[in-house]
Design a protein around this ligand. Structure first.
Ligand code: SAM
Length: 277
């Protein structure tokens, strides 16, 4: 790719393979519990009426959409879009429809279509320059009066700041910068949503646990987050911040040991908003 070629999704740091498919599905359960109190839709006031339309943007395997479909009437039409279909679950429920689309360019016929849009964990996928366009597209496809929910992790402020944790955080920071990604996005979402036209913006900040000190949920956090870091090795090498696969694997081994001893956590933003009626 030459420097002036623009390909949406080209700098996504994770691969699309069986290991990552399993990890995303596992992480879905962890995040739902750790950051959303076990709910797929954080805002308890939101109820889905018969025949309403929902979009899961940047859906990955489609697990959020499928989980939602399993808990409600099949008259609810659920769309799940992603730039790549390589991780889509085969044979989803009949009311879940997969679409290949970048969130920066959603289908023209989706204007004002959705009662609810969910988007989770695009921090490692969208270039800093793509975020305003992505939020404008989400705004376009939500019905007037409809709602959205964005969930993004913030890896800038892990606690406690132990040596290996700080080293990994700094490596991530450098790789994001080198790839054009924006590690600060979660904290900027409320302002950016306001600029995009959304109202009633609520930014709920949770601390997601990592390490066995926290019990079962912390161990699930380790599998989810350390697994993601391990699967990102190729991109970290591409960004030039990691010397070899072996060095990186041993760094993540030591990170997991720190989590188990100290009980770490990182910030997770769940940002809810509405399009004015
Ligand atoms: C970390 S995964 C999260 C998947 C899912 N939202 C979840 O929480 O399980 C990020 C997803 O964003 C997708 N992606 C990357 N760039 C995208 C773009 N420009 N538009 C839509 N999806 C994109 C990737 O293909 C990947 O499936």
């Amino acid at each position: 790719m030459t420097s002036n070629t623009y390909l949406p999704g080209a700098n996504y740091i994770l691969p699309r393979n069986e290991k990552e498919f399993e990890r995303l599905n596992f992480q879905h359960k962890y995040l739902t519990k750790a950051a959303c109190d076990g709910r797929l839709v954080f805002d308890k006031s939101i109820k889905f009426a018969e025949k309403c339309s929902v979009l899961d943007s940047g859906t990955g395997t489609g697990i959020w959409a499928i989980d939602l479909a399993n808990g409600m009437s099949d008259s609810v039409e659920i769309h799940a879009s992603d730039i790549s279909g390589d991780n889509f679950v085969p044979n989803p429920p009949s009311n879940v429809h997969f679409t290949l689309a970048s969130v920066t360019s959603l289908p023209a016929e989706w204007s004002n279509k959705f009662d609810f849009v969910n988007q989770r964990l695009l921090v490692a996928a969208l270039l800093a320059s793509e975020w305003p366009k992505a939020l404008a597209e989400i705004y376009r496809v939500v019905k007037p009066g409809g709602a959205i929910q964005l969930m993004e992790a913030d890896f800038r402020f892990p606690t406690p700041e132990t040596p290996v944790q700080v080293q990994v955080r700094d490596l991530l920071w450098k790789s994001f910068e080198s790839l054009g990604l924006d590690m600060t996005i979660s904290g900027n979402l409320p302002t950016m949503l306001k600029d995009a036209g959304f109202v009633d913006i609520v930014d709920e900040i949770r601390r997601a646990p990592l390490g066995k000190t926290w019990g079962e949920i912390g161990m699930q956090g380790t599998i989810s987050v350390a697994g993601g870091l391990r699967n990102a090795c190729g991109s970290m090498m591409k960004a030039g911040v990691v010397g070899s696969n072996e060095d990186y694997e041993s760094l993540i081994d030591r990170l997991e040991e720190e989590w188990d001893v100290h009980g770490h956590n990182y910030l997770c933003h769940v940002v809810c908003a509405r399009k004015p009626s």
